[in-house]
Design a protein around this ligand. Structure first.
Ligand code: ADP
Ligand code: MG
Length: 238
């Protein structure tokens, strides 16, 4: 479990600033959704928390410690991407175990952690299969499993459901929410889908051109949009 703080966080690529200073205090166990249209800076913001992009100025803090200079592996985070590239030649079990093997986790513990995650995700019958023998939803669960087995303090999701069809997306959305409630892991979740944001978020950050136009609980944002942009974005059909 962990708190996350973003303090005047900015990012430039070359001379172009794309994140103009984002501040938020995220509580232990909170589910934060970063929402906004394509190109507004959601992934860049998340990747700075993950350590996959350098921070131009400001701070990322996890549990009170500034992590700007820390490698992704040393941040106690796990990330689930849109293109959750599973290893095609490995079984589901090995896909989930891979990160732990690299980290030198003892074999017995790897087996225990993978089994626990497989139970949570209803993947027990599929542990010996290859990814190509799974449905889209099952593959997505394997990607989640890979993150869960690491027992991170923070989950980061970047549009993890974008490649799924609409019906499955709604189902997986609910599963992610239930899982997060059960595990109580502080989460940052990126989506361009305002309905997904409204459904999942304890609080949402509505991004507009590299600026957090509004941060608040979904109903608060819905009832009281801070800017015309927020009103238009949240109020428009998906
Ligand atoms: P989103 O995830 O909301 O679609 P991104 O964070 O991917 O937005 O991108 C925000 C802005 O930063 C965009 O204008 C994008 O073109 C730019 N950008 C992202 N990554 C890079 C990069 N590696 N080099 C240059 N510009 C980038
Ligand atoms: Mg993105």
């Amino acid at each position: 479990m962990a708190t996350v703080k973003l303090d005047s966080l900015k990012k430039s690529f070359g001379k172009t600033e794309v994140i103009h200073g984002v501040d938020i205090d995220i509580q232990d166990g909170e589910f934060i959704v970063i929402v906004g249209p394509s190109g507004c800076g959601k992934s860049t913001l998340l990747r700075m928390v993950a350590g996959l992009e350098t921070v131009t100025s400001g701070e990322v803090q996890i549990d009170g410690a500034v992590v700007n200079e820390r490698e992704p592996m040393d941040r106690d985070i796990a990330m689930v991407f849109q293109n959750y590239a599973l290893y095609p030649h490995m079984s589901v079990f090995d896909n989930m175990a891979y990160g732990l093997k690299i980290a030198g986790t003892p074999k017995a513990e790897i087996i225990e952690r993978v089994d626990t995650a497989a139970k949570l995700l209803q993947l027990e019958p599929y542990l010996k299969r290859r990814p190509r023998e799974l449905s889209g939803g099952q593959r997505q669960r394997v990607a989640m499993g890979r993150a869960i087995v690491r027992k991170p303090s923070v989950f980061l999701f970047d549009e993890p459901l974008s490649n799924l069809d609409a019906k499955l997306r709604v189902q997986m959305r609910l599963e992610i929410k239930q899982l997060q409630r059960r595990l109580g892991v502080t989460s940052l979740y990126v989506t361009h889908d305002q309905v997904e944001a409204m459904t999942l978020a304890d609080r949402m950050i509505v991004m507009n051109g590299g600026v957090a136009d509004q941060i608040g609980a979904p109903l608060e944002v819905y009832a009281n949009p801070a800017t015309e942009f927020v009103a238009g974005f949240i109020g428009s059909p998906p």
